[in-house]
Design a protein around this ligand. Sequence first.
Ligand code: GLN
Length: 345
Amino acid sequence: MTEQSDTRIFSINQGDANMRIASAISELHLRYRDLSEGTVADYIPELSKVDPNLFAISVVTTDGNQYTVGDDGHVFTMQSLANPFVFGMVLDALGREHVRQFVGVEPTGNPFNAIVLDRATNRPMNPMVNAGAIAVTGLIPGDNPTDRLNRLLATFGRYIGKEPNVDIDVFMSEKSTGDRNRSIAYLMRNFGTLTRDIDEVLDQYFQQCSISVTCRDLACMAATLAAGGVNPHTGERAISRTALRDVLTIMYTCGLYESSGTWVHGVGIPAKSGVGGGLFAVVPGKMGIAIFSPRLDKQGNSVRGVRVCTDLARLLNLHLFVAGSETGFDDPCKDWHDAAANHGS
Ligand code: GLN
């Protein structure tokens, strides 16, 4: 499903910093267009049908400008990209103290689908990996499964600007092969973390993983997180500032599974990946970045997604601890970077 699939740059209201974004994503799309490292996820059979060469980069700034290149209209499923948004929704509905009784905030160092709980607490380690995400899904308020799904889609709709669809084929494919997630769910029920009907919670989890977006949609979702929780295109609030703080913090420390340390070291901004090939990153106060490229590394992160973000962070000085002035992308550590580059590191 592709709304359009061309290579182009679209931008409006170009200022100086905005021109830099446009030329950076265009350059990086060219740089990585022919990179074919990694493999498409196939443990969910429906995901293996995707064209591995698809590649899009989209940026939405907090003032609503949009820059986009490549297959930005191709529709793909969110998979774990949904986790931070569901976590935020549940935080807003139930409050931090309640949610913390069911899920921790520690990086795991384990694969995203590990059948592991925190030894000390018997809770899942964090809401970004499958165990934590399933526990959080089990907390979504509502009268019945349909009501809960509708609330979920309405929430995602506020981030995107329109309600998304659930890809039924991916949902069915994941449901029929999801025994690993089923094992995690039973383990959590044993420890009292999951109290609702297991099949119902898992169905809802598989549905949220199967929510379909384009790379442009994903950049708008990321930009909403960057803009204090308000969608820069519609002006609608999608998440409270209080919940946003927790969501970005956990994305920062746990968003790329066992590569999270390498990520914050190299890129230094909150991000999340999904096995559908999407990856998004948030530059608070400035922009949301989304990449879609289905070939994954061994940790399940989009290979081109990681490369693009790493280079973009450097080109635009996005790392939170070298982030530039309020007005642009000046780099206070430029001399260090140049020295490091000259020494080949
Ligand atoms: N739906 C996938 C799963 O549960 C999500 C994993 C991911 O995107 N990392 O295995």
